[in-house]
Ligand binder design. Structure first.
Ligand code: HEM
Ligand code: HEM
Length: 184
């Protein structure tokens, strides 16, 4: 199987990085927008794509475990190497914890989980008032909600730093870091 090398990243690494990366940025933006504007029409779409991202996230995590992290393109300072490693860990763990915490919040909250109408966890309607749902486990739903908000914010910060790092490599160091992730 094709592994990542210093000169060339495998197509698996590149394809999964960009699919997950683009989906993450859109999901974070939609998540913040829909909660700020209380746009409830977006919730089912956010939840559907939020679950579907796992199709790419899970193989990506296993691929990282098998292949390890890509080796740096050239020699960098200790701080730079440590910071980029840390950010990569935060980013990849965040891609797992966001779908999981979202599913905890909605599933245990009684709101149900569906992928474009395909029901995975049904809504838990209140028998005395069928317009309302009741939580299946309020504590776990609350924990999921808190994690979703907190990790979401951490990820936004991490992605800004990650993007700044990528630009620095490309524009200041003028090394192959960005080109390698673009498959060149
Ligand atoms: C803003 C657009 C983005 C750009 C320009 C970008 C660029 C890059 C580049 C150039 C690398 C290679 C670093 C190296 O060779 O060591 C990389 C790696 C990585 N990026 Fe991004 N990235 C972006 C968005 C994201 C997002 C949103 C995530 C969140 C999941 C992410 C997660 C990662 C991870 C985990 C790695 C480590 C290698 C891997 O697991 O594939 N990136 N990125
Ligand atoms: C990678 C996947 C996901 C990302 C990046 C993401 C991101 C976000 C963000 C940033 C927010 C705004 C949080 C806030 O400001 O309080 C949000 C809200 C929300 N997300 Fe997600 N989400 C993802 C997956 C999911 C999933 C799988 C579900 C449920 C099945 C879900 C359900 C929700 C709900 C219900 C809210 C609104 C919470 C509220 O009204 O306070 N998300 N999401």
């Amino acid at each position: 199987m094709e592994l990542d090398t210093k000169e060339k990243l495998s197509s698996k690494t590149i394809v999964l990085h960009w699919i997950v990366g683009v989906m993450m940025i859109i999901l974070l933006a939609v998540g913040v927008y829909m909660t700020e504007t209380e746009n409830h029409a977006l919730y089912p779409i956010h939840k559907s794509f939020g679950v579907l991202i796992l199709i790419f996230v899970v193989p990506r995590v296993f691929w990282r475990m098998k292949n390890g992290w890509p080796e740096p393109v050239s020699q960098y300072s200790m701080i730079e190497i440590t910071l980029s490693k840390l950010i990569h860990w935060v980013l990849i763990i965040g891609t797992v914890l966001m779908p999981v915490s979202g599913m905890m919040m909605s599933g245990y909250g009684g709101h149900g989980i569906a992928i474009f109408g395909l029901e995975l966890v049904p809504m838990n309607f209140d028998p005395t008032n069928p317009k309302e749902v009741i939580p299946i486990n309020g504590a776990l739903a609350g924990l999921g909600h808190q994690m979703h908000g907190l990790i979401g914010n951490i990820l936004i910060g991490a992605i800004v730093l990650h993007f700044a790092g990528a630009l620095k490599h490309h524009l200041i160091d003028k090394d192959g870091t960005m080109r390698r992730m673009l498959g060149k």
